[in-house]
Design a protein. Sequence first.
Length: 289
Amino acid sequence: MGAGSSLLRLDGLPCRAGRVDRLSPQVWDLKLRVSDTFRRSKDDMIRRSHRDTFHRTPTCVVATAVSAEGTREILDLDIHTTEDGAGWTAFLRGLVARGLSGVRLVISDAHPGLVDAIASTLPGASWQRCRTHFVRNLLQKVPKAAQPFVASAVRSIFDQPDASTTRAQHARVLDQLEERFPDAAELLAEAGPDILAFSAFPEAHWRQIRSNNPQERLNKEIRRRTDVVGIFPNRAAVTRLVGMVLCEQHDEWAVGRRYMSAESLARARFDVIEGEVLEGVRGELVAAS
């Protein structure tokens, strides 16, 4: 990844024998994602092996990014037993220690402690709540028969052409839900600034940042490959398999079409403050030791 990227998405790092040789820093959109790769037992956290010993179900934390040149890259992969603020902070600090800088937008689920970890390690970065998972949470607050209507209404918020109409549609959908589904309306109102963070960025980038579909496809492939194995003997085995999946994706992105144009990203990295133009921080993400 070239110097000066501004988009970062957390989901995973291709680990050939453990690490990627070279990564880059400034990311325009940081998407923090967790891939639940093991879903065997009724209890998502504990499963009993054939030896009657208990094992905690790990989750793969994956970081992906869009560089200043507009290409997508895998930045890092880690295996967490529990998702808490300490784990997220340590993961992000590891990226920053390797040179990650200039992050403008972070897209993730609302995992416990994650938003605070982003604020403490990536100052100046905006946070956007993952639209897919937010809608799933919202639909849990309405009857099943009404879920298609509510889902369609919420999707219409993200299909507007500019920021003003996006905010206006958000207000209209709130009005529609308040009388029939007050709990859903309350959640939508509370999450408004988080799910609409994309509207503060150039409209040329909205298609790439207002949804998390690329990340969901990557998660789906990780689940598919790990489901074949089932129970892993140790963390190293998980890292080897998931790391190779991410390596394949990283290489595919490297030779594919640019995800965003370098010109539009360059314009997005300039902030106007009281008539002055300040360029985003640049840097270089060094190889992991």
